[in-house]
Structure formats: C-alpha cells, structure tokens
Design a protein around this ligand. Structure first.
Ligand code: HEC
Ligand code: HEC
Ligand code: HEC
Length: 103
C-alpha cells in the first residue's frame, strides 16, 4: 500500500518534470532582434522536428536561458553557436542569410 503510493508520487513527479522539459523548446521561440539585416527567430519546434536532441545544443552550445548567449556572425561563421550546425552540412549554410534573417 505504502510502496504503491510512493511509486505513484515518483511517477507523477517524473511526468511533470518531463512535461516541463518537453514543453519548453518545441513550443517556444527565441527572437534575436539585433540582426541588422533583419531579426532572427529561433524556433524550438522546427529544430526538434528536424531531429535535434536537447543535448545537441545544451549545454555545450547554449545555456537553457533565453538571451544568455550573445550571438555574432563572427562566431557563426567560425562554426560556433548556430554555426555548429548551420555550416552547409548538418543544416543550411551561414551564407544563406535570409533563411535566418527576416524583415
Ligand atoms: C538546435 C538547438 C537547440 C535544441 C535542439 C534545443 N534547444 Fe533549448 N535553446 C536553444 C537556444 C538557442 C536557446 C536560447 C539561448 C540563448 O538565447 O542564449 C534555448 C533555450 C532553452 C531554454 C530557456 C528558455 C527560456 O525561455 O529562457 C530551455 C529551458 C531550453 N532551451 C530547453 C531545451 C530542451 C529541454 C530541449 C530538448 C527538448 C532543447 N532546449 C533543445 C537551442 C536549442
Ligand atoms: C543560422 C542563422 C543565421 C544565418 C544563416 C545568418 N545569420 Fe546573421 N545573425 C544570426 C543571429 C542569431 C544573430 C544575432 C542577432 C542578435 O544578437 O539579436 C545575427 C547577427 C547578424 C548581424 C549583426 C551583428 C553581427 O554579428 O555582425 C549581421 C550584420 C548579420 N547577422 C548579417 C548576416 C549576413 C550578411 C548573413 C549571410 C551572409 C547572415 N547574417 C546569416 C543568425 C544568422
Ligand atoms: C544542433 C544543430 C543546430 C543548431 C545548433 C542550430 N540549428 Fe537551426 N536548424 C538545424 C536543422 C537540422 C534545421 C533543419 C534543416 C535545414 O533547414 O537545413 C534547422 C533549421 C533552421 C531554420 C529554418 C527553420 C525555421 O525554424 O524557420 C532556422 C531559421 C534556423 N535553423 C535558425 C537557427 C539559429 C538562429 C540558430 C542559433 C540560435 C540555430 N538554428 C542553431 C540545426 C541546428
């Protein structure tokens, strides 16, 4: 009886935790407004749908905190930040400016 209750609580906590974890990036977007040639919208949903796992980006490329990273084209072109994938191999290349920058 007691064991059953503990199991239920553990499961409930696990489910809430998973729900929170999964709700964050797929449904969320991050907007970078200082794109100069147009703002950039990072969409968690399209990135998850493209098969990227949380660990592909967190924590080595980005912190789990909106606006924590100062993203620059210098880094992107050097294969860091978004450029770790947007290099024409894992995803479209950094030279395809307007795929990221929108008016
Ligand atoms: C393709 C890369 C990528 C993938 C995959 C990804 N994220 Fe993120 N995530 C980001 C970026 C970029 C940010 C914004 C970071 C910044 O602005 O410095 C972010 C932000 C977050 C935030 C902070 C949101 C906020 O409002 O502050 C959380 C939480 C998060 N991610 C969790 C996850 C989880 C959980 C997964 C897997 C289901 C995941 N992310 C997958 C790139 C990714
Ligand atoms: C993978 C997505 C992506 C691609 C492709 C991309 N950018 Fe960016 N760019 C960004 C992000 C994100 C920022 C940061 C914006 C911010 O800080 O608000 C940025 C910032 C900039 C800035 C302002 C500051 C800086 O770092 O220089 C300029 C100018 C810029 N991009 C031009 C370009 C040009 C020109 C191209 C094509 C040759 C390009 N970008 C391709 C994502 C991209
Ligand atoms: C772990 C690899 C990875 C990282 C890191 C990554 N992307 Fe992507 N991105 C992808 C893949 C894969 C696709 C889909 C395939 C394609 O379009 O080439 C994609 C698609 C996109 C698209 C087109 C679909 C959409 O959501 O509109 C944009 C815009 C984009 N990424 C912006 C960014 C920006 C901005 C960053 C950095 C904040 C970033 N990506 C970081 C892998 C990545």
């Amino acid at each position: 009886m007691r064991k059953g209750l503990i199991l239920v609580i553990v499961l409930a906590v696990a489910l809430v935790f998973m729900g929170v974890a999964m709700a964050v990036p797929p449904g969320k977007t991050v907007e970078y407004k200082d794109g100069a040639i147009g703002k950039v919208i990072f969409d968690g949903k399209t990135h998850s749908a493209a098969g990227n796992k949380c660990s592909d980006c967190h924590p080595k490329l980005f912190q789990m905190k909106k606006g924590a990273a100062k993203i620059t084209m210098k880094d992107i072109n050097a294969g860091k930040s978004c450029g770790a994938c947007h290099n024409g191999e894992k995803a479209f290349a950094a030279k395809e400016c307007m795929k990221c920058h929108k008016k």
